[in-house]
Design a protein around this ligand. Structure first.
Ligand SMILES: CC(C)(COP(=O)(O)OP(=O)(O)OC[C@H]1O[C@@H](n2cnc3c(N)ncnc32)[C@H](O)[C@@H]1OP(=O)(O)O)[C@@H](O)C(=O)NCCC(=O)NCCS
Length: 149
């Protein structure tokens, strides 16, 4: 299985939005609320330059976004893997790329607001809980990973 990471292109935006909704619905939580929420099917246009995608067999299988926070640290946002490709290592590969990009921004650590469902995944990737944040539907763990020099 060859996973290729590349920057997102403007023409990917619709496919990324559809993947985001598919992946969010796949947990089976808040289904009707997610379907009614425009943000659940959109990647903000202003984020696109900070989005990178994972391609599998030439198709987009996942994506993520890294943004500087303004406090010397970075935020991992919108990490989604197509449900057909879960548990193949694509999410972990996207996190590794996110860490590389966060370091390239000169930041010391990467933060993420995880859903409860994704908590075990982020723990496995080396993140630890540092607090709780409110999301559209429920409180969620805020997690942080210190980046190796
Ligand atoms: C969370 C998500 C990104 C994981 O992507 P993935 O490609 O399946 O993850 P990986 O295959 O790289 O998993 C790496 C390790 O994380 C852990 N892990 C991943 N998914 C897990 C799950 N559902 N439950 C428990 N552990 C999990 C496992 O230890 C896994 O290693 P293993 O498969 O060898 O046991 C994916 O499930 C997803 O897109 N979910 C919906 C969107 C979402 O919740 N995104 C996060 C928003 S905060």
């Amino acid at each position: 299985m060859v996973i290729r990471i590349r920057p997102a292109r403007p023409e990917d935006r619709d496919a990324l939005g559809a993947l985001k909704l598919r992946a969010s619905l796949a947990w089976g939580d808040h289904v009707e609320e997610l379907k009614a929420l425009p943000e659940a099917r959109q990647v903000p246009a202003e984020h696109l330059a900070s989005v990178f995608v994972a391609e599998l067999d030439g198709g987009i299988a996942g994506f993520a976004t890294v943004l500087p926070r303004g406090d010397g640290e970075a935020e991992l946002e919108d990490l989604f893997v197509d449900p057909h490709s879960w548990r193949c290592g694509i999410g972990a590969r996207l996190v590794a790329e996110a860490e590389r990009r966060a370091k390239a921004l000169g930041t010391r650590s990467l933060h993420v607001i995880a859903s409860e469902r994704a908590h075990a995944f982020y723990e496995r990737c080396g993140f630890r809980v540092v607090g709780t944040a409110m999301t559209a539907f429920a409180p969620a763990p805020e997690m942080r990973k210190t980046l190796a020099r």
